[in-house]
Design a protein around this ligand. Structure first.
Ligand SMILES: Cc1cc2nc3c(=O)[nH]c(=O)nc-3n(C[C@H](O)[C@H](O)[C@H](O)COP(=O)(O)O)c2cc1C
Length: 172
């Protein structure tokens, strides 16, 4: 698939086919695309938890304002910032800015790669960090920043409107 087609066609999917599962090899390829994202100083301050068990997925639903579609994904990835790694590379700026950008770039790679394989996904940011940390028994250096379900789409939403480029871009 052409990059332009992937960027234009990808949508947030909030309903997944529960009878058709994503192959583990496909999920691995998606994760491989995540770790190719650029990071400040090539610090790679991240860790990806890949969840498949229904019980843990349901715990995540509860931690994420009961967004039920999360549990419909074959795999649910929780993206974490490794704040210890981020701090050791760039101190406060590494923790407060670069690591946020690094993980965002990795997430976008995953969303686009998933779409190129015919899969749907949704970047979920509305959740209790405390509850997710508790569910996954995360060590203190890991901060969960996104929950992403991956599965075959059971809906085909149209693109939400974007602000025109002319209103959000200034050429100087
Ligand atoms: C940082 C971030 C947090 C988001 N959190 C949620 C969320 O908690 N639940 C949800 O359904 N969608 C969430 N989304 C998806 C957005 O609603 C979606 O990307 C936006 O409406 C544009 O739609 P599109 O992805 O189909 O282009 C989030 C997206 C981003 C980038």
């Amino acid at each position: 698939m052409e990059l332009k087609q992937a960027i234009q066609g990808r949508r947030s999917i909030r309903a997944f086919e529960t009878r058709k599962s994503v192959q583990k090899e496909v999920m691995t390829a998606i994760l491989e695309s995540a770790i190719l994202a650029p990071t400040g100083g090539n610090a790679q301050p991240w860790h990806f938890f890949v969840l498949e068990q229904p019980e843990i997925k349901l715990k995540l639903v509860r931690a994420a304002l009961k967004q039920k579609f999360i549990a419909q994904g074959t795999f649910v990835v929780v993206v974490c910032i490794d704040e210890q790694q981020a701090y050791s590379t760039y101190r406060d700026r590494g923790v407060g800015l670069y690591s946020i950008q690094d993980t965002a770039a990795a997430i976008q790679n995953m969303l686009l790669t998933a779409y190129s394989f015919g899969l749907g996904s949704c970047w979920v940011g509305a959740f209790s960090e405390e509850q997710v940390s508790f569910c996954l028994e995360l060590p203190h250096n890991l901060r969960p920043v996104a929950i992403i379900p991956f599965g075959y789409p059971a809906e085909a939403p149209s693109r939400p409107q974007r602000k025109p480029l002319s209103t959000v871009c200034t050429w100087i």
